[in-house]
Design a protein around this ligand. Structure first.
Ligand code: AMP
Ligand code: MG
Length: 329
């Protein structure tokens, strides 16, 4: 299969709709990462997403809809706090999980009775969702366990020959996957951290839990149990307080002929005297936006990525640290 990368326009959208209507899949941009889209009503198409990605079949997909979509088509029991959160953060990188009306394919939620809904803010994503006029089931458009894609080129590197169309909407500005919020209980609960932080949610609705798995408990957001985001090279992660050790380790490896690269934020770059650097940037939003791009750049050039965790550990950095820990094993 030949894989085309096309800018989003009338021609590529018409082609995308035809592919989806015929039971195929297409990649599309969002403000977080690129997604791999299928018609959520089409079980065979949804199942093909799992096989194309090599995704475990107990890791559910998110349904993406445009801003005017009537959610009562798909889900029920939408709590009042969700409506407040929708006003504050949507369209945007916040996915909310509700009780499903079980109208879409059962494969989307891997047989669970809940459905995760996202309304992306990316202009190209909105245009796409409106044009195809169907709820779109999508995970990230990468091979399972690899680093999520934040450019059309990243999608191509992973899925070339496996899908026929990638809609190109430029580099994703968010950089890490959406916050996933369980809205099936009295208070919202963060299942996966992201750019809309627990603090931001609590500021709107008064309280917000964060899911921590207890021994023997069933996983509530199944995707979170898997190894993820891994670059194809060796990796090691140091705490911010151990950055001197990380520098020392870098120099030892360079002396031993290893192509080692230091991944850290800009403040640490200023203190570092080596030359192989993957600079994550200055602000917390820059760090989130650059993380996957730098991991993919790193795996191309490095034998070993030595990362130093950011000093700040709250807010958006909760989501960044969660991905870093998984990427660096
Ligand atoms: P991905 O787009 O690859 O990051 O995967 C979507 C993620 O959303 C999954 O890995 C889950 O963690 C989460 N998710 C999707 N549907 C549900 C659901 N019904 N309940 C809880 N979490 C969900
Ligand atoms: Mg993913």
């Amino acid at each position: 299969m030949k894989t085309q990368i096309l800018q989003i326009d009338e021609h590529s959208l018409r082609l995308a709709k035809k592919i989806l209507t015929d039971g195929g899949v297409v990649a599309f941009p969002t403000e977080t990462v690129y997604g791999l889209a299928a018609n959520a009503y089409d079980s065979a198409a949804v199942e093909s997403i799992f096989s194309i990605k090599g995704r475990p079949n107990d890791n559910p997909l998110i349904v993406h809809v445009h801003t005017d979509y009537d959610l009562s088509e798909l889900v029920t029991d939408i709590p009042e706090y969700s409506q407040l959160l929708a006003k504050a953060f949507l369209p945007g990188p916040l996915t909310m999980v509700y009780k499903s009306k079980q109208r879409v394919s059962a494969a989307v939620s891997c047989g669970m009775d809940t459905l995760a809904i996202r309304i992306p803010s990316h202009e190209g994503a909105q245009r796409f969702l409106r044009y195809v006029d169907m709820p779109i089931a999508a995970p990230s458009a990468n091979v399972s366990k690899h680093v999520s894609p934040v450019t059309a080129g990243h999608v191509y590197d992973d899925l070339n020959g496996k899908i026929s169309l990638i809609l190109d909407g430029g580099k994703c500005v968010g950089g890490i996957e959406s916050t996933v919020l369980d809205c099936t209980n009295e208070a919202p609960c963060v299942l996966r951290s992201g750019l809309v932080t627990r603090e931001m949610i609590a500021a709107v609705v008064g309280e917000c839990d964060e899911y921590v798995m207890k021994d023997g408990e069933r996983v509530r957001s199944p995707g979170m149990k898997y190894k993820h985001y891994s670059p194809k090279c060796q990796t090691v992660l140091f705490n911010f307080d151990n950055k001197a050790e990380a520098f020392k380790y870098y120099h030892e490896k360079i002396s031993a002929g290893v192509a080692a690269y230091l991944m850290c934020d800009d403040s640490v770059v200023q203190e570092f005297d080596g030359k192989n650097i993957l600079n994550l940037g200055k602000t917390e939003n820059e760090i989130a936006a650059n993380l996957y791009d730098k991991l993919r750049e790193g795996e191309r050039v490095a034998d070993l990525i030595i990362a130093i965790a950011p000093q700040k550990q709250d807010g958006v950095m909760v989501g960044v640290m969660n991905r870093m820990k998984k990427a660096f094993g």
